[in-house]
Design a protein around this ligand. Sequence first.
Ligand code: CMX
Length: 437
Amino acid sequence: MAGLKEKLYDKILEWRPRTKKLLQDHSDVVVDQVTIGKLLGGMRGLKSLVTDISYLDPDEGIRFRGYTLQEVFEKLPKPQKSEMPYVEGLMHLLLTGDIPTRKEAEDLVDEFSKRRILPRYVYEVIDAYPCCSHPMAIFSSAILSMHRESFFKKKYEAGINKKDLWDPMFEDSLNLLAKLPEIATYIYAKLYRDGNRIQSNPNMDMGGNFAFMMGKEKPYDDVARMHFILHSDHESGNVSAHTGHLVASSLSDIYLSVSAMICGLAGPLHGLANQGVLMWLHELMDRLGGEDPTEEELTQYVWDTLNSGLVIPGYGHAVLRKTDPRYLLQREFSLKHLKDDKIFKYVDMLYKIVPPILQEQGKAKNPWPNVDAQSGVIQWHYGVREYDFYTVLFGIGRSIGICANVIWDRALMYPLERPKSLTTDMLEEITGIKKND
Ligand code: CMX
């Protein structure tokens, strides 16, 4: 992978003086204020992390390396006869900040193909799991089991200059990313296809090969490409991205970091919401005996959910204050490919019904749909109906962003993350509620 690595190294050498200057000359400049509200409110919105891979604007949504999602999908090279770009091209963009040429994207496709073979013990780890296990638990363990392969770990133990740590992190990241579709589809075959697995095709790109191993025809290859690209990064503060970065800050390798981030992604307020949407919609269908709901019935269902103290899955966001562009892109695809799908029609009705209800309820700061409101429906349409599996798909995508971030963390030699905690007594003393006697 000499071409990409050399390009990346040039970028790293160019970037390092910027970080160094900020640290040396402007270290005391105040960026944000830490209030008690932030401390007790999950640090929501606190400007306390740095990443150059993506930036999330509350109104506009995500930009990858400065490009809007629309631009990313337009500009990245696409495989022949595909609507969606190479996922490998996105990795090139996230790493270098440059839109790759077709050749650069295809070089990375070849590289992934060479690195995709799983060690035998990974299959054994997956096989050892009891069948009722959630696929995210298996996914995280399978990734963790490959820690012993880490080139980063070996280099660190042998003694390597801190400045060079990005290089083995880069190698490990490519090795891991290339293997994720193999791991995920093996888990899928074990849990839902009686172990009947389709071997990978070394001549295909990541999205195409994933579709092939899932046993899916076109346009599922484009669904996979779109899904992995859309879910890859959402700046650094979300649970999965932050976990990956935090764990790697202790100089843990990429296997440990990505395995941990998968655990964070598996929570219902984060990546699991995409399966939550489908479960919630199927409960409604059962309630209506399979009949299409009227607007009144749907409205009642939304209120019943809220009144029983539950959240509406797929709606709201900690940062976004408008409809998530990742939702809109998937909606555009759905309008083209699955406009007559029954569940898509539900989802489309909800798009009109839920926001005014959340506004009327007055709690959620963002009443609009997020990425998870739409993604499961597309999977369902193409026959991936085991919705426990949906978060694994999110996890493959998110790993791309984590790897790009962690490689740059090492390139810029970011330190161990270690904020300071206080006690409730201390907060009460600061506020004057409790006098220090
Ligand atoms: N339905 C009902 N209530 C909601 C809501 C929703 N979709 N979204 C937010 N609220 C509520 C919160 O539960 C909170 O209530 P309390 O004050 O009683 O605790 C209140 O509105 C304020 O929350 P907020 O500041 O608007 O949102 P947060 O930053 O705390 O949480 C999120 C963000 C995503 C966890 C929340 O909107 C939610 O639970 N959404 C549903 C689950 C979901 O779709 N998650 C996926 C997010 C995307 C992803 O990361 O994958």
